[in-house]
Design a protein around this ligand. Structure first.
Ligand code: ZN
Length: 395
């Protein structure tokens, strides 16, 4: 068995050890040592990285027989020095010890038990057996957790025999047997845990609940501790500052300023829609007054118009009796609409003309839309006019 140095000293970043075994595993070598300060992925806490004999340690795992295997990029033998990536380890210690405190705070404030813990590279989560988490209750939990941090309480690690467990009042029952490792946040939380923790709660730094959601009948809470909380605050503060400067308001007024902007946008949309309808009505009336013959056939490429407006105009023209409108826009979109009193399959006509031109089209007998390459749109409109006249003349 490997002596796990992190059990007694989670601040040890450099250690000497002897390689007991090394075997290829994928592109790496799985190395077994007589002693190690590397923490293997377990108990919801991610593994350490670092170097062993100068070679990168990319992963550390615990196998089925409780062995700590270091996956090393390269070969190591004999006596080696191991070095732990300390910023990463300390980050894990902050999140992990913060999690102990948060779990106890949820228990005290909401009688919420922690069902599962996940400490990730970016974010960490607690799964709690509570029905919901009102913002005020979340703030109360945060306040209690941060009070424990500011009181800078000692975090004491010791080993006990499993026979002593009933008297200890653990927050969470031990998962192992025999000698059990106990983590005490002085006079606040006591649990059995094999992870790495800070010496005093002050080292955890700020504890922040970031967001939460209902999850499997309970609530999943995302939280950040220490440096992570600071980095999160930093970018959010910069973001709010940027927004406030753009709106030229105070930080606290950003949300109201955005709401005003959105309301202005909605008002503008309504005005624009009204103007658009008026424009289409005027354009329709002008064209209908100028068109001769029965039925009235109109073909036109609407320079500067959008396809959506051309469609609306075609529909409005076809609302008048005995009228057919073939309209196109400069981007190659084509619409054909006819009055209800005319017999003409607009979709069929559109397909017949567009397909030989490499375009496409489809729709209903009275209203169809299609598209063709922009350089062929004038040709398509002219051909559609001819085809419409031919079909109507046959009747
Ligand atoms: Zn722990």
């Amino acid at each position: 068995m490997t002596l796990r140095l992190y059990y007694t000293d989670s601040y040890l970043t450099e250690f000497d050890a002897t390689v007991l075994a090394a075997e290829p595993r994928g592109e790496h070598v799985a190395v077994l040592l007589d002693r190690t300060a590397f923490y293997p992925t377990s108990g919801g806490q991610p593994h350490d990285v670092g170097t062993l004999g100068g070679k990168p340690v990319t992963e550390v795992i615990e196998d089925d027989s409780d062995r700590v295997l270091h996956l090393v990029a390269g070969t190591v033998t004999g006596a080696v020095t191991g070095r732990i990536d300390w910023p990463r380890r300390f980050d894990h210690m902050q999140q992990h010890t913060g999690q102990h405190i948060l779990s106890q705070a949820f228990l005290q404030v909401l009688r919420g038990q922690t069902r599962a813990v996940h400490l990730g590279a970016e974010l960490s989560t607690l799964d709690l057996d509570i029905a919901d988490l009102p913002a005020a209750a979340a703030a109360e939990v945060e306040d209690l957790a941060n009070r424990m941090v500011f009181e800078d309480r000692p975090v004491i690690i010791r080993e006990v025999d499993e026979s002593e467990l009933p008297e200890l009042g653990l927050r969470r029952p031990a998962k192992t047997r025999g000698r059990i490792r106990i983590v005490d946040v002085q006079e606040f939380d006591r649990s059995a845990c094999g992870g790495t923790h800070v010496r005093r709660t002050g080292e955890i730094g700020t504890v922040k609940l970031r967001r939460w959601e209902r999850f499997k009948g309970g609530v999943r809470v995302e939280f950040l501790c220490g440096w992570r909380a600071l980095r999160d605050y930093r970018w959010k503060n910069a973001l709010v500052g940027d927004l406030a400067a753009k709106f030229t308001v105070k930080d606290q007024e950003v949300a109201a300023a955005m709401e005003r902007l959105a309301a202005q946008g909605r008002e503008r949309d309504r005005t624009l829609a009204g103007l658009r309808d008026q424009l289409i009505e005027l354009e329709a009336q002008r064209r209908l007054a100028n068109l001769q013959g029965i039925p009235r056939i109109m073909t036109e490429v609407m320079a500067g118009w959008t396809a959506e407006m051309a469609s609306a105009l075609a529909g409005r023209l076809a609302a008048a009796p005995s009228t057919i409108a073939v309209l196109a826009t400069s981007d190659g979109r084509v619409v054909i609409a006819r009055s209800a009193d005319l017999e003409l399959d607009a979709a069929g006509v559109l397909r017949r003309i567009m397909e030989p031109l490499g375009g496409r089209g489809g729709g209903r007998p009275a209203f169809a839309q299609g598209a063709v390459l922009p350089e062929k749109v004038a040709e398509a409109v002219a051909a559609l006019g001819v085809e419409v006249e031919r079909v109507l003349a046959k009747r």
